[in-house]
Design a protein around this ligand. Structure first.
Ligand SMILES: *[C@@H]1O[C@H](CO)[C@@H](O)[C@H](O)[C@H]1NC(C)=O
Ligand SMILES: *[C@@H]1O[C@H](CO)[C@@H](O)[C@H](O)[C@H]1NC(C)=O
Length: 124
């Protein structure tokens, strides 16, 4: 019997001190199903060249809370304690170019079935 993990990436918001800006952010793929045990990599990209922080959140089915997984600040990745063994955030936000950051689920488990959100903001 196969076990599957459903990953979906649906909505993105840009945080600018207290304001939500409607700039376009692409995330790909937007939804897919994978097998338990596989490595998953999802991307979030945008063209705000001066936004040097990207945060990734997880919202599990049946839960309204968006939990912070971790963030990338320029090139430094930081994780919340409960996520640090299972996720990796990679990218480089230091250049003056379009941004493209990935979230890797190292070994997908059923509890990783969730909606993942990425948020970008300026470094303070
Ligand atoms: C994430 O991946 C990078 C590059 O492979 C590695 O240097 C870093 O230690 C990893 N971080 C975690 C938390 O696994
Ligand atoms: C982001 O990087 C990945 C891996 O290099 C690539 O496949 C993807 O097309 C890039 N996305 C954008 C919008 O550049």
């Amino acid at each position: 019997m196969w076990h599957y993990v459903v990953i979906s990436i649906e909505f993105v918001f840009i945080l600018y001190p207290g304001v939500c800006l409607g700039i376009e952010v692409r995330q790909s793929p937007s939804e897919f199903i994978t097998k338990v045990g596989s490595k998953v990599e999802i991307f979030c990209s945008h063209e705000k060249t001066d936004y040097r922080v990207i945060l990734w959140y997880q919202q599990q089915p049946g839960d309204t809370a968006m939990k912070l997984i971790g963030h990338l600040y320029f090139k430094d990745d930081k994780y919340e304690e409960q996520y640090k063994d299972h996720f990796n955030i990679t990218g480089d936000l230091s250049g003056n170019t379009a941004k493209n950051v990935s979230l890797i689920v190292k070994v997908a488990q059923k509890e990783h079935s969730a909606v993942y959100y990425c948020a970008a903001r300026q470094a303070q």
